[in-house]
Design a protein. Structure first.
Length: 165
């Protein structure tokens, strides 16, 4: 009995080449968005400090103080992820640092869509929605115009490739 290679059992893998074959890396979120997130966190923390100093935060162990600190911890971890998040693309995969790192192999892609708010790329980072042949999906953000251009090209090439396959 002749063995069939694994690649022959499914659709052909998608191949995507970057210009000059160089990996591309850039911030996931714009500077304006990072500043707004920082301001929102500072205002929220300042508001709570004002409430606490005014004596409006009291109660037992499960008080508004506990709930606020839990919410603030979530906000701080999300803020930290927004501030340091980086999207990286090479010829094999797309990665983004976040609360947990996201990674998707380009060869396994089945579908892609670039979602953006026209005229607001400077504030709201365009996002690339990707789905694999197995149905796994992820969303990657990019604030770098070079990365966004590669996202657009990836979506167009993937659409053409899967239409022919």
């Amino acid at each position: 009995m002749k063995e069939t290679p694994v690649e022959a059992l499914g659709p052909a893998p998608f191949r995507f080449e970057l210009p000059q074959g160089q990996p591309l890396q850039g911030p996931a979120f714009s500077t304006a968005f990072k500043l707004i997130a920082t301001l929102l966190l500072a205002v929220t923390a300042g508001w709570f400090v004002q409430l606490w100093l005014a004596g409006k935060v009291s109660g037992g162990p499960v008080s508004i103080f506990s709930w606020f600190l839990a919410a603030l911890a979530v906000m701080v971890s999300t803020w930290w992820s927004v501030v340091r998040s980086v999207t990286r693309m090479d010829g094999r995969e797309l990665q983004q640092t976040w609360l947990w790192n996201k990674k998707m192999e380009l060869r396994e892609l089945a579908y892609g869509k670039l979602i953006r708010v026209p005229g607001l790329d400077w504030l709201i980072a365009p996002r690339l929605y990707l789905r694999t042949l197995e149905g796994k999906f992820a969303v990657f953000y990019a604030a770098d115009p070079r990365m966004i251009a590669q996202f657009e090209r990836l979506v167009a090439e993937l659409k053409a490739f899967r239409r022919l396959a």
